[in-house]
Design a protein around this ligand. Structure first.
Ligand code: C2E
Ligand code: CA
Ligand code: CA
Length: 738
């Protein structure tokens, strides 16, 4: 683009310079020619003056002789006497003579000596008729045996005789030095009737006499003015000729100075060298300038492109950066036409450790390799990939219509990232945690989609899960969540929360062994809000303390009422990770137990696997303190987190609750069966009892019993029920089994 502009500027400026240069040169040629023509005219004037002056000397002699001979020429002796007298006063005429129509000739030289008969005879052949009037100009002649040309001038004496003077033509060239100023110039003397009398050049000075007559047109041109300049084609010389001419005032004669234009052009060309060189240097300068300019522009453009690239890409891996990813994602959503777009945000679980133990160089190599794999994946699957943070990556896919395609994408990512990675002789195993969000299901635009994938990723980390799909409940900062939280806080303050109780039964005989207390909130306008919606609001804020305290208070009060009614019903309460971190939690529980005068073994606390893993050491100490109070503990949602077996073994926990996802379809799913069976064996190995959650069918119950599972909870036995219903349906007969 810039290149082409420079090209145009170059062409334009070269064109401009060239045309103005050529214009100036043409002007110069023109002015050289005009000057030369003017000079030729000047020289012609000077020559005409000197030639006419010379000839007039001879004409004066002729006039004198005519005056002497006019009445009666007398005998030859007298004529000779007249001639001799005239010659004495005439320093210029080479010969003076007389002739008549019979061909008699008398001629004397400047010294007054008579010419030879041969010489006189030569003259007789030339001068026939006397000129009718004025001075006659005859063709030039050479005396027998002589080289030099003589110009005869004659004047009529009477009808039969005339006098003549012969002037040495070479003398005309005497005043012609100024011709040298004009290259290759020559002088021509032309008679008024067009006869070319004489021509001589400035080189060598050779005379040529009696050339062919001028064309009538040329003569016509000459006659229009008494002096001037002409340009014409010559019959005798090649090329255009330039002439300055003057008509003699006193004689029927033109003096012309002629020079060929080609000689001027040579002159012009010589003069051209200087400005021509300057022009060439100028052109060269422009070209050099343009080349340099183009180079500079190219560099600038490359720098700009590089800058743009850097602005859009991550310098280390060459993947897109976060901003650019976001923009491209927005375009992808625009183009999707309502089809589902998915974003997977993930980070590497062990990257921090790799960086710290192996150093940043290795860390960078790992990132570069991950970047390379993602780029390959992106190219083959048409994905959008970016590095959005230190070890955080983002993948967007436009073809995730159904759950299966999301799973396929995740499997592919897993397979790519899971492949061992060699760095510096080291084989590294990488795993990652992923958050997923889908558009339009979870968000309507790119920014929200990214933010929600981020929220899902954090939820996955918090819950120690490998993959988590976004749920609105995770989003603590949406306007709706904020409103809901403040309403939830009010409900807490106003003791508007209620509790329901889900029976837990022994598999062997179906006897009630306890209940799980579950929170219920009925929003004044919106009706029942599911715990999955409000519990996270509490868990992620200070509200968790008041919430857990309220739930524990309700549960203990209920357990105390049942005890007072003669039923021994252990109540299980769910607590969060943050409760375990709370230094006053154990003390608060002791106080509550005391307040209700409740035996601690009627209370059971359920803590999720991921909650204990989050701050493993502290959690372990708290659980031990709780255990010392005599409270029962169980691990909730077992199987969804990452708890390591060696850690689990150390926990002072009596029960393991296998998560519902493995139980609900256990009679149909081989993988679930394996997980459930091995969880049961594991728990028993650690001396724990096992509760299966989410038992919905008799078949599941049978299978679990066959596996040796101890207790079960689920819709198959009972939904979470208000206390009165528990009493009506479960406590009306005997008291609960211990
Ligand atoms: P959770 O502790 O795993 O509680 C069991 C959940 O599974 C309950 O949902 C219960 O209604 C449901 N459930 C029981 N049997 C079945 C079944 O056969 N099939 C199916 N599909 N579901 C069954 P709920 O009451 O909606 O509670 C959801 C979650 O909310 C609880 O999961 C627990 O994590 C949390 N939660 C509820 N109440 C409290 C509370 O007081 N404190 C704390 N910290 N968390 C609570
Ligand atoms: Ca629970
Ligand atoms: Ca559970």
């Amino acid at each position: 683009m810039a290149d082409r502009r420079v090209g145009w500027i170059l062409v334009a400026s070269v064109g401009l310079l060239l045309s103005s240069g050529l214009y100036l040169l043409a002007q110069q040629r023109d002015s050289i020619q005009r000057n030369a023509a003017a000079s030729a005219l000047d020289v012609a004037r000077g020559l005409e003056a000197s030639i006419s002056a010379r000839l007039l000397q001879s004409v004066a002699s002729l006039r004198g002789m005519v005056a002497d001979l006019a009445d009666d020429p007398g005998p030859a002796e007298r004529i000779e006497q007249v001639l001799r007298t005239a010659s004495r006063y005439d320093p210029l005429s080479a010969w003076l003579g007389w002739t008549d129509e019979q061909g008699r000739v008398l001629m004397v030289d400047r010294a007054g000596a008579r010419a030879s008969p041969a010489q006189e005879k030569a003259l007789a052949a030339l001068l026939e008729q006397p000129p009718a009037q004025g001075v006659g100009l005859q063709p030039l002649i050479q005396m027998p045996g002589e080289e030099q040309w003589l110009m005869p001038l004659s004047l009529r004496v009477d009808a039969r005789s005339q006098v003549f003077a012969l002037v040495r033509a070479a003398r005309f060239a005497d005043g012609a030095e100024s011709l040298k100023l004009l290259p290759d110039s020559r002088v021509a003397l032309v008679a008024a009737d067009g006869r070319r009398l004489l021509r001589f050049g400035n080189a060598g000075g050779r005379l040529e006499a009696n050339g062919p007559p001028l064309s009538p047109e040329r003569m016509g041109e000459l006659r229009t003015r008494s002096s001037g300049t002409l340009r014409f084609d010559s019959a005798l010389y090649p090329g255009q000729q330039l002439a300055g001419y003057v008509q003699s005032a006193s004689l029927p004669l033109y003096v012309a100075v002629v020079l060929p234009e080609s000689a001027l052009d040579a002159l012009w060309l010589r003069d051209l060298i200087g400005p021509g060189l300057v022009l060439l240097i100028g052109l060269g300068g422009i070209v050099v300038f343009a080349v340099l300019l183009r180079g500079a522009l190219r560099k600038q453009q490359q720098a700009l492109e590089r800058q743009r690239y850097l602005a859009e890409h991550d310098a280390l891996t060459g993947l897109l950066n976060r901003d650019t990813f976001w923009r491209r994602l927005a375009e992808m959503i625009d183009r999707s036409g309502g089809r589902r777009v998915g974003v997977v945000l993930f980070d590497l679980d062990n990257f921090k450790a790799i960086n710290e133990t192996l150093g940043h160089v290795v860390g960078d190599q790992v990132l570069v390799e991950i970047g390379r794999r993602l780029q390959q994946l992106a190219a083959s699957q048409g994905l959008l990939v970016a590095r959005v943070g230190g070890d955080e990556w983002s993948v967007a896919a436009g073809d995730v219509e159904d759950r299966a395609s999301v799973e396929r994408l995740l499997a592919r990512l897993d397979a790519d990232l899971g492949q061992g990675l060699r760095v510096d002789e080291l084989e590294l195993e990488l795993s990652s945690t992923m958050g997923i969000a889908l558009c339009p299901d979870d968000a309507q635009n790119a920014l929200d989609l990214l933010r929600r994938a981020d929220i899902a990723l954090h939820a996955a980390k918090d819950e120690m899960k490998r993959v988590v799909r976004y749920e609105p409940a995770m989003d603590q900062f949406s306007a709706e969540a904020l409103a809901l939280r403040s309403e939830f806080a009010r409900a807490l303050r106003e003791d508007a929360l209620e509790q329901v109780y889900q029976p837990k039964v022994r598999l062997s005989d179906g006897a009630l062994v306890g209940v799980e207390a579950l929170a219920r909130w009925t929003h004044p306008q919106r009706g029942p809000i599911p715990p999955a919606r409000f519990v996270p609001l509490a868990e992620n804020s200070e509200l968790i303390h008041a919430f857990s305290r309220a739930m524990l208070g309700l549960a203990l009060a209920q357990a105390a009422r049942w005890r007072d009614a003669g039923h021994r019903v252990p109540v299980a309460v769910n607590i969060s990770a943050n409760n375990l971190l709370d230094a006053g939690f154990v003390e608060m529980l002791r106080a509550l137990l005391e307040q209700h005068r409740l035996a601690p073994d009627l209370l059971e606390l359920e803590v999720t696997e991921s909650a204990v893993m989050r701050h493993a050491d502290l959690a372990l100490r708290r659980l031990q303190a709780l255990r010392e109070l005599g409270i029962k503990l169980s691990i909730d949602d077992f199987g969804t987190g990452y708890a390591s077996l060696s850690y689990l073994k150390r926990l002072p926990v009596q029960a393991l609750k296998i998560d519902q996802v493995f139980v609900r379809e256990v009679e149909r799913d081989d993988a679930d069966q394996r997980i459930v069976r091995s969880s049961i064996q594991l728990a028993h190995g650690f001396g724990m009892v096992v509760v299966a959650e989410g038992v919905e069918t008799q078949a599941a119950a049978d299978l679990l019993q066959a596996y040796g599972c101890d207790f079960a909870q689920g819709y198959h036995y009972a939904r979470p029920l208000p206390a009165a219903e528990v009493e009506a349906k479960w406590l009306s007969g005997a008291s609960a089994a211990a």
